[in-house]
Design a protein around this ligand. Structure first.
Ligand SMILES: Nc1ncnc2c1ncn2[C@@H]1O[C@H](COP(=O)(O)OP(=O)(O)OP(=O)(O)O)[C@@H](O)[C@H]1O
Length: 335
């Protein structure tokens, strides 16, 4: 069962003082109101001004007025996420926002050491995130969607409304007679998330009335599976070594090879291989019975090559330098 707003707030046990990420929208306005009522004098609000849309000033003004009325200290930080490349504008804004929250928590250190940062995503946001992950063909880490709480940058982060239906958050806020600012881009169906919210969620509600709960259960299963795979990958990486030795990799099942290589590429080289690239690499490892067998594949943002019985990873410019040093024209990687 999705939780009621009151039950979710009752179960919420943050480290105080607490800061609420306040966008000025309905969800975070409701969260701030409930927190300020429950822990008077212990609640701060952080607002990030993205400068991305004309309405941004209106969001800030709402936050300033609301916090003044509730006597909640508000910290505002301006960010410019427009120039991030290779990312969707939403992802760039989210990343900039999380960095800004950390900076705001640090700025506040002198006044009050913030224990928890609370964000107001709810059960509908979680379903949207899961469906977006499915649409990308994500693995278990993506299908876990958003965690309800985590630690980062010395802070505890929490999403206390993650099991509350979006309509229940708004109904609670309306009962309080409180206003909020409607984000005009929420109605823009050029954004996939908005199409999911406006078209798919009502259809899901009809077909599977309990989809918020059952989908949340699947996310929790995926989160657990993802944690297990991480543990296995760390143990397997310790066994195959860094760089991974091919003979040791070949002792593992294909699924474990994929898991450990994905982990190695991410943790050691900050790159995520596409599924087809990883498949091609596993084929090469399987075919690699002879010492002379060459491996050279484009994987993630670089290239995996065979070097003295192990796998090496290079950025293209480094590989070109090595080829030039060894006197040969750079070989074309297999696709
Ligand atoms: N500009 C911002 N400043 C501070 N916090 C933010 C800002 N934007 C989002 N947040 C926080 O992150 C959460 C998720 O953001 P997102 O934009 O996905 O939510 P939303 O559904 O629009 O929520 P809301 O109705 O509160 O705006 C918000 O509920 C809020 O807690």
């Amino acid at each position: 069962m999705t939780q009621s707003f009151d039950a979710a707030m009752h179960a919420f046990a943050p480290r105080l003082p607490l800061a609420v990420g306040l966008s000025g929208g309905a969800d975070s306005t409701a969260l701030l109101l409930a927190c300020a009522g429950r822990w008077p004098g212990q609640v701060h609000a952080f607002h990030v001004h993205h400068g991305l849309q004309a309405a941004a000033d209106g969001f800030e003004q709402h936050c300033v007025a609301l916090c003044a009325r509730l006597q909640v200290p508000l910290s505002v930080r301006r960010v410019d996420a427009r120039h991030a490349s290779g990312q969707s504008p939403e992802d760039a804004a989210r990343q900039a926002r999380y960095k800004a929250f950390e900076a705001l928590a640090l700025d506040n250190q002198a006044r009050a050491a913030i224990g928890t940062i609370a964000l107001a995503q709810h059960a509908d946001d979680q379903v949207e995130t899961l469906l977006l992950a499915l649409s990308r063909g994500a693995g278990v880490a993506g299908l876990a969607a958003m965690p309800a709480q985590w630690e980062r940058g010395g802070l505890h982060w929490s999403r206390p409304l993650l099991r509350v239906a979006g309509a229940d958050v708004r109904a609670w806020l309306q009962q309080q007679g409180e206003h909020w600012v409607e984000d005009p881009t929420n109605a823009d169906e050029r954004y996939t998330r908005n199409r999911i919210r406006r078209r798919l969620l009502p259809a899901l509600q009809q077909a599977f009335p309990h989809f918020r709960d059952t989908f949340a259960r699947s996310c929790a299963h995926a989160a657990q599976a993802s944690e297990l795979l991480q543990e296995l990958a760390r143990a397997d990486l310790a066994a195959v070594g860094q760089p991974p030795r091919i003979a040791a990799l070949r002792l593992l099942s294909r699924a474990r090879q994929a898991n450990v290589l994905r982990h190695w590429l991410r943790s050691a080289h900050g790159t995520t291989p596409a599924s087809a690239q990883l498949d091609a690499l596993l084929d090469q490892i399987a075919a690699c019975a002879t010492r002379g067998h060459r491996i050279h594949l484009k994987v993630g943002s670089g290239h995996v090559v065979r070097e003295a019985g192990a796998l090496g990873w290079y950025n293209r410019p480094v590989l070109d330098l090595i080829s030039a040093r060894d006197g040969g024209a750079p070989k074309q990687p297999s696709q």
